[in-house]
Design a protein around this ligand. Structure first.
Ligand code: NAD
Length: 311
């Protein structure tokens, strides 16, 4: 149980979609939480239910003074702060490198200096490029966007600090995460948030290409569980990557059927889009004791998905 060894944790990006669910899970366990977030895509309202045991520091992971303030007295750092749009990263590669890679380095330095035990970095399956599924951690990395390249560079910083021996690091790589609070009105939104909001409005979903492309969708509750396990597992491999996916490939066409969308309209495939992606989740099971528990059909029934991004 994480609460028996962790009294205080820092969550960067804690006002965002995944981060705010992690904050909820930590507070339920009585763990004090410090959130460092610049609120560029996250929302302070995601945290308002916590009247005590939570401190929000508004600032960027690229500001070393804010990073140091956020990690004081913490046993763990969950580092989720990041820009998350592949498309935006092509327009602003320098911004992505400075936040994802540079910001991670700032957080590693701050955590090491403050005597934090472990930093857990939110990695992304996008680093695998178009590796054939099921994708294991041994698959060669081949980032196809500045976002993916910066996330990979961030992991390399994590491994370097682990080798230094003063800070443990863990590098879970998330596949396609969905669930409540994922914004459909943001240009970074996942396909489920967008389709669910469209289904609620009775709008026709737009699919780029045939819709036969597949993804590994994993519920945010499972990701939170994986992060908590990565916080307490005995040996997380010195920052070696660990896939967090369901191991199940679902096509975009199947997804529209599960969500009860109308007949989709097709547009030309987007250049550079990977056709198929799903995780080999066996390392996470061995190292963390992790297994995804929320079946996609059940996760998609949540009515709050259909309101994400409205208002
Ligand atoms: N959602 C997914 O499917 C997915 C998949 C793979 C990896 N990830 C990773 O998970 C993490 C969380 O993603 P999310 O889906 O919750 O996105 P999100 O946009 O909801 O959360 C990101 C949070 O980081 C904050 N942030 C951005 N730049 C910052 C900065 N410079 N300093 C401080 N805070 C900053 C944002 O305000 C936001 O609250 C990210 O690191 C992302 O790369 C997400």
């Amino acid at each position: 149980m994480i609460e028996s060894t962790v009294r205080r944790a820092c969550v960067t990006g804690g006002a965002g979609f995944i981060g705010s669910h992690l904050v909820d899970a930590l507070r339920v366990r009585g763990i004090e939480v410090v959130v460092l977030d610049d609120l560029s895509s996250g929302q302070a309202e995601n945290l308002t239910k916590h009247s005590d045991g939570l401190e929000l520091i508004e600032g960027s992971v690229t500001e070393s003074a804010r990073c140091s303030a956020a990690v004081q007295g913490c046993d763990l750092v969950f580092h989720l702060a990041s820009r998350v749009s592949v498309v935006e990263s092509v327009e602003k590669p320098g911004l992505y490198r400075s936040i994802c890679a540079g910001g991670t380095r700032q957080m590693l330095e701050a955590a090491e200096n403050a005597g934090v035990r472990r930093l857990i970095h939110a990695g992304s399956c996008s680093v695998y490029g178009d590796a054939p599924p099921p994708i294991s951690e041994d698959a060669p990395t081949s980032p196809t966007s500045p976002y993916a390249a910066a996330k990979l560079e961030a992991e390399e910083h994590c491994r370097e600090f682990a080798r230094g021996g003063r800070l443990e690091t863990a590098c879970p790589r998330f596949f396609n995460v969905y669930g409540p609070r994922q914004r459909a009105d943001s240009p970074y939104a996942g396909v489920i948030a967008i389709f669910a909001a469209m289904a609620a409005r009775g709008e026709t979903p737009v699919i780029f290409g045939t819709g036969e492309q597949t993804r590994d969708f994993i519920h945010v509750a499972d990701i939170v569980n994986g992060l908590l396990l990565a916080g307490i597992a005995g040996d997380v491999g010195g920052g070696q990557p660990i896939n967090l996916g369901s191991g199940r490939a679902t096509s975009i066409l199947e997804l529209t059927a599960f969500l009860g969308c109308g007949v989709p309209r097709h547009e030309p495939a987007r250049q550079g889009e990977n056709l198929h992606s799903s995780a080999d989740p066996s390392l996470a099971r061995r190292v963390l004791g992790f297994k995804s528990a929320v079946e996609l059909e059940a996760g998609l029934q949540d009515p709050s998905l259909r309101h994400s991004g409205e208002g």
